[in-house]
Every structure is written in structure tokens, then in C-alpha cells.
Design a protein around this ligand. Structure first.
Ligand SMILES: [Zn+2]
Ligand SMILES: [Zn+2]
Length: 390
């Protein structure tokens, strides 16, 4: 066995150890204190890195090259979700009500592995900044805080990051130029009716019956209100009203999400939705409150960076496993970095039926095929070197 193979298999074991430790000790957005301490300690073992905490729960590792080149930002998100894990393996979450169900444990392990390789690299061009970002899962998001409130982006020329994807087979890398992920906005609706005895609905204004019409009419906004070529999703995900069987309540609360790529459509969405809420509630004598909350921006990849990443993927996984990514209605706060600098975000497949790792992200049984971690490191490592070579 050659020396290189030894090092590669050492790295595979190390990646698994990092990922399992993180998986077992998940912390939700803005509370990643132990996670950040763990990451900083692991980075502390590696040579040549300047390690700091730009915010309370994020970690930055900077590596300065020995010759001119670009400053490259590599990003991993580190937070978990507030949900109960249903996996039964040994390293399942030890924290009740918190789970790494999006793969950020894997992203963190991948960036630690990348840091390890890069920190041993002689003759490095430019500068590599590796940001272990907190709070991707909770708007307004950790990326925005880092971009607005810290000098992280000063002097950065280009940014990249990845998301593992359980819906793609392990070993596949998917990247696309242009619009990649949607803007995830939220809506909050309260319908004010008039409470009363359930036996005499004629004396009440029933916010549940009206709310049900609001929900179904909102689908008309999607199917009839905008062009079939414009991507729009409106999902009502929360409907709460009432306390018992014989009382019509006086109000109903609805919440949901609105997803768009197009800037113009995103700007029109609040009016399109409120018009339906207003029309339906007023038609039945009720009133309403409506709030539209903008989430992350849509994630738009820079064409030339996406092409560089595609070239890296061809080297790392070969032509057959390099794919054009499908745009997704999911949101991602990596878009905050791309507001400032050119860059591109890409997917690495982690789905394997044998490893039972094809559950969708945010599912209580979500898990990773750990083989995907090495692919992630190889992609990030080579992308960093290629992009830094300015
Ligand atoms: Zn997620
Ligand atoms: Zn995620």
C-alpha cells in the first residue's frame, strides 16, 4: 500500500469520527457553542491556520498562501434542527429535540478535512478562508450576520460551498450556472371571525370555514395567477383554531411559505396573496391580519465559477457522475455571500439504499452515506486550489 492510500484511508476514518461526534451532539441555530468549540479545537491541531470566532458560535480558519492569488471563501454550515431523531444507531442525537437532519454534520466534517489537507499544502496561492457558519436553518441566518456584522468578506474574491443531497446517489456531483435555489419567504395570516355556539353557525362568523377557503384559494394564485413558466410555490403549513367540539372560535391562524426565483414575481407575491385573503375573508364578513416576511435571497450561481466547479467535478468523480443540478425550491443563506462576491454552490450525492441514507432532508430518519464525505473533501480541496490560482 502506498503512502497516499494510507493517508486517504486515515482521512476517511477521521471524517467519520468528526461527523459522528457532531451528529451525536447537535445544537440548533444560534446556540452552536459546543459545536464551535469542538471545531476550533480540531482546527487547533492543524498547522498554519489562524483560527478565530467572528461571532459567538461561528469559527473562521484562515490560511495565507506563499504566492499571489485570489482570496477564496469556503463555507460549511454547522447547525442542527429542532426536531426529534428517530434513528437508532449508536451515534444518534444525545440531545432531546435536536437533530442533524440536514447533513450539516457532514458539511462540517468535510470542511475540517479540507482544512487538514490545505494546511499541509506547500506553495499555496492566494488566501483560503474557511468559515464554519452558524444558523443556516433559522432566518435571518448566520450568513447575513457574518456578511453585515463582521469583516469576513473584506477582500474575498470568490466563494464556494456545498450541500450533501440524499436524493442524489453517493459519488455524484451536481452543479449548475444561474438560478439554483429559491427565495424562501413566509406568510402569517390571522382570520378574525365571530365566535359562537356550534349549533348556531348563523349567529357566528366561522373563521375555520373561511380559513379552509383561503387555503384552497391560495392555490389559485399558483395555478391561475402566474405563468406556468414562473416558478412559484405557496404552501400553508400551519392552521390553528378552536378548542373543543361545540364552540365556533373567533379566530384562525395560518402560516406558510412562499418560494420564488424571479425577483419581479417575488415582489408581486405579497399583493397576489393578500388579494385572495382579503377577498375571501371580506366575502364572508370576517377581517384579517396579513404579514409577509422575506427570507433568504434566491441563490444564483455565477456562471464562470459554476464552470470551474464542473471542471473540478470531472477530475474528481468523472464525466458519468458529474451532473447538471436541478434548480430547487429550497432556500439557502449561502445566497448572502453571493450578493457580495462571485461564487457557486453545488451538491454532492449522499443517498445510498444500502446505507439507508435516501430519506429526505429534515426527515427524522435522515442520515448520510459517509462515503460522500471524501468526495466532498476532494471537491472542496481541488476547488479551493483552482479558484485561488487567480
Ligand atoms: Zn436544512
Ligand atoms: Zn441544509
Amino acid at each position: 500500500m502506498t503512502n497516499t492510500t494510507d493517508r486517504a484511508s486515515d482521512l476517511v476514518e477521521q471524517l467519520s469520527r468528526w461527523r459522528r461526534h457532531l451528529h451525536q451532539h447537535p445544537e440548533v441555530s444560534f446556540q452552536e457553542h459546543q459545536t464551535a468549540a469542538y471545531i476550533a479545537a480540531e482546527l487547533g491541531r492543524m498547522p498554519n491556520l489562524e483560527v478565530s470566532h467572528p461571532t459567538a458560535t461561528s469559527v473562521l480558519a484562515v490560511l495565507r498562501g506563499s504566492r499571489p492569488g485570489r482570496t477564496v471563501l469556503l463555507r460549511a454550515d454547522i447547525d442542527a434542527l429542532p426536531m426529534q431523531e428517530e434513528n437508532t444507531f449508536e451515534f444518534r442525537s444525545a440531545h432531546d429535540g435536536a437533530m442533524h437532519a440536514c447533513g450539516h454534520d457532514g458539511h462540517t466534517a468535510i470542511l475540517l478535512g479540507t482544512a487538514q489537507l490545505l494546511s499541509q499544502q506547500a506553495d499555496l496561492p492566494g488566501e483560503i478562508r474557511m468559515i464554519f457558519q452558524h444558523a443556516e436553518e433559522q432566518s435571518p441566518g448566520g450568513a447575513e450576520e457574518l456578511v453585515q456584522g463582521t469583516p469576513l468578506m473584506e477582500g474575498v474574491d470568490v466563494a464556494t460551498g456545498l450541500h450533501l443531497n440524499s436524493q442524489l446517489p453517493t459519488g455524484v456531483v451536481a452543479v449548475k450556472p444561474g438560478a439554483f435555489m429559491a427565495a424562501p419567504d413566509n406568510i402569517y395570516i390571522t382570520i378574525h371571525g365571530r365566535g359562537g355556539h356550534a349549533a348556531h353557525p348563523e349567529e357566528a362568523i366561522d373563521p375555520i370555514a373561511i380559513g379552509a377557503q383561503v387555503v384552497s384559494n391560495l392555490q389559485q394564485v399558483v395555478s391561475r395567477g402566474v405563468s406556468a413558466l414562473d416558478a412559484l410555490v405557496v404552501s400553508v403549513t400551519y392552521f390553528h383554531a378552536g378548542t373543543t367540539t361545540n364552540v365556533i372560535p373567533d379566530r384562525a391562524e395560518l402560516k406558510g411559505t412562499v418560494r420564488t426565483f424571479d425577483k419581479g414575481l417575488r415582489e408581486r407575491a405579497p399583493q397576489l396573496i393578500e388579494r385572495v385573503v382579503k377577498g375571501v375573508t371580506e366575502a364572508h364578513g370576517a377581517s384579517y391580519d396579513f404579514q409577509y416576511e422575506q427570507g433568504y435571497r434566491p441563490l444564483i450561481n455565477t456562471d464562470w465559477v459554476a464552470e470551474e466547479l464542473r471542471q473540478v467535478a470531472l477530475e474528481v468523480v468523472g464525466e458519468e457522475r458529474t451532473r447538471l443540478a436541478q434548480p430547487t425550491m429550497g432556500g439557502e443563506d449561502f445566497s448572502a455571500y453571493l450578493e457580495r462576491v462571485p461564487g457557486a454552490y453545488f451538491n454532492v450525492g449522499s443517498g445510498s439504499p444500502e446505507q439507508d441514507s435516501t430519506f429526505p432532508h429534515h426527515h427524522p430518519r435522515f442520515t448520510l452515506d459517509e462515503e460522500s464525505l471524501l468526495t466532498g473533501v476532494q471537491m472542496m480541496h481541488r476547488a479551493a486550489l483552482r479558484l485561488a490560482e487567480g
